[in-house]
Design a protein around this ligand. Sequence first.
Ligand code: AMP
Length: 342
Amino acid sequence: MNQTEDDPDHPADATRAPGTTTRAGSPVGSAEANLEPVVAHTRAELSTARAELGDGGVGVVMTMGALHEGHATLIRQARAHARHVIVTVFLNPLQFGPREDLARYPRTHEADLEICRREGVELVFMPTPSVVYPHGDPGVRVSAGPLGNVLEGQARPGHFDGVLTVVGKLLHLTRADRAYFGQKDAQQLLLIRRMARDLDFPVDVVAVPTHREADGLAMSSRNMYLGEYDRETALCLSRALQAGAAAAVEGPSAVRRAARAVLVREPLALIDYLVLVDPSTLEDVPEWYRGEALLAVAGRVGTTRLIDNIPVNVGPGGGALEVFSEDAGRGHDSNDLTSPPS
Ligand code: AMP
């Protein structure tokens, strides 16, 4: 065991809510809403609490904190299918660029714990960077490869290497059998699936549909940055996606045209990209393409960068989907409709 594993930033339970290391009167592993979750801050605490969960059926939901209903849907999905649920709350510095919003990212640990309590989470891992990276920034990292350099990766160099590195570490530390990720971060989800596949991580990656506000805005911790007017402006993203999905029966250019028409009416949203891509390659789909495709948008509203996407089925009977099928895109050849006409 590593000498540096206990966090020097938080000695002797300094940040721990009283009575949260164990559930009073109940062992870790009895998931009931409103029971006190075990909160682990150090590797040793995580290891002890994780051992009590036993082998098999452990689900993990990884978050950066500032939990909202979107995160809660992931937790509920995990609780519905896994025997035990672990939530990690870790603001990972490795995935933020030098000019990004790490310093101002909302930190709401008490409220996060309240949501975990309400949702019946058994174990919450809330480490600081020196617990996750006891030797400083890791020199060895997971490379996201070419798919990590497009779309979000183009706007945020190194971002996905940082994401995959921490997801890999948290999978090792939690020894989860299933990991739940939001469709909201479609490229992240794809890359985590690829990492699990390409590097033989023994985990099932489960996609959870995007949870939205009643007016369509995708829930995000970064929505907290939006003032009243910015929030109204931000709605153009989800409206553009809806408009694009509604044109899916007509083919790719109709989808792009319909979505763009909504965005151009909102000059205060500075759009970074709007794309209709193959969900397995992230390449623009050609006009003959039929089948599952990802309509994704990113842009800046005020000082806040927002992303959103919608999986669509392009072609006859087409429209919006909640999540993709496992083998969506032209990475497989069972669907003649995704081959060019001869
Ligand atoms: P974050 O804390 O932003 O890193 O998100 C943690 C997890 O929650 C990721 O898998 C996200 O994709 C997922 N997530 C964030 N927002 C939503 C949402 N509105 N609906 C569904 N999942 C979400």
